[in-house]
Design a protein around this ligand. Sequence first.
Ligand code: ADP
Length: 594
Amino acid sequence: MTEATFDAIFDDLIDVNEELQSFLRILDGLLPQASLLLVNEAGVLLDGTRPLAFAQPLREKLVNEAKSTDGFVVGKTENDVRCHAVYLEKLSAVLIISCAAAPDDAWGPGSALATLLQNTIDLAMHRQEREMLVADHEQSVRQINILQQQHGKLIEDNYRQYRLNQDREKEYARKLESEIAKQTAELREANVRLEEISRLKSDFLANMSHELRTPMNAIIGFSELLSETPLGEEQLDYTRTIAQSAASLLSLINDILDLAKIEAGKLELEHLPFDLAEVIGNVAAMFKIPAREKGVVFTCKIDGNVPKRIMGDSNRLRQVLINLAGNAMKFTEQGGIDIEVAYEREAASRIFSRFSVRDSGIGIPADRVGAIFEKFTQADGSTTRKYGGTGLGLAICLQLVELMGGRLAVESEVGKGSTFYFVIPLEEAPAEIISLDEHKIAGLEKTARGGRILLVEDNAVNQRLASILITREGYKVEVASDGAEALEHLRHQPFDLVLMDVQMPNMDGMEATRRIRKIEADPDQKQSYVGLRALTQPLGIVGLTAHARKEDEAACYAAGMNGFLTKPIVKAKLAMILNEMMPQASCEKNTDPS
Ligand code: ADP
């Protein structure tokens, strides 16, 4: 709103002076013969028609008298003209009137002249009021018009401003949208790059796992074999040291690979039935003897309310408990170590159970409790020197427990001991499911019956090691160095089982397996393979790989294999799988292990 226009609202305001003048004008019209003066309460002349001469004191005197009298008072002008004065309360003024024609006595209170004059004054007053009202009304109309104009202008201004803002907002939204689209595209691109990096990392891990485990396989296997040959005491000691060092190196490799897998989000827990007491029993069995040798009491307790058979990843649970118990063992010189599984509560058909590993060892300083769960961190700098270790174990346990739905924590007091604990939800296994372990145990109970095994493996050291292990289990073994050679062997000789390495040059294990399955499905081709034509069932093929990932196992089955064994080959596992997979009516028993 412009100030000038708004100021117009206050134009033409009726002032008091105007009111008086209007009254005097009207009265003058009604009394054309009379002289009239209006004087304020202080005796100051306000206005008049036809001159009446008054000295100030004279006027004041008359005004005072009129103010204190109800009706007309008589007075004289300077030049001795008779006049009458009356106080007009409404106007806060005194009217002095001179009407020469009227006789003196005609002005008394109630007289016809006084009444007539009073009525004339009242009439003038009313007319003046009406005039004022009309003027007021006109002024209000004018003001309303101005306000309406201003209001319209305001609405117009506001609308213009609104449109302007809208345009600005649209422009802003457009810019924002294009910025978001740009950033989304950049993020998508970055995501693709990250996924690619993650895939490369995962492949690198898988390859590393293969590269590292293959030689470890040989070191562990051959030192195991070596220690079973006749050796002098010193040689036996060296051999055992090699085996122990290799075992701890393998455990470190496994730790690093585990951690990398967890960090890459590649570690998935199994969901299979297992016996909880069996897992705790395995852990106890590992530590009972070393504990006794150290003079430390080792106990285990499982609350009766915790389900016996549960669903989950028994290997990972065992790994956590072994780690915690191993630490307890390492840092405890006297007293005891207890593993306990206690019932906590039940919710959503899960039994929340508390696993704790308590020891009476050296304890952990309060300010180091947070740090020990970080990777490569130990409670104090002297730990490695004194106790060994890498500081990886707890970092892995922490993550594994989180994957199981719990949180690993510790309560500890220096010199008194530590309790590591976690609460995880356990799902009771349905009664009808037979656990894999039970399956394996059932397999073990079968008696070994011998048979012919084709070992397909490119690495010469591994060929030797696996051949020795297989022969020692009472089977005959033939070796092929790749898939193509394996097919050649099958063309000329019968076999009961194939142990097929997955990664090989020339033709890998997957391709060889696919070809074998294809030949089996084609009767004409099958006839030209001595190793396949007599078989009524598909040939048993066990994949051998250092890749321990679930997807690697799944890929083996997808290629047509019907068994899976990870490297390094563990003697007991090899025996179990060979026994399990060897066909019932197998070939002759090899009685001459060489
Ligand atoms: P490592 O034992 O290989 O060093 P961990 O991650 O398993 O790695 O443990 C980290 C550190 O936490 C240990 O080095 C040790 O200082 C401390 N620690 C773990 N468990 C215990 C325990 N039971 N008693 C005392 N200190 C412990």
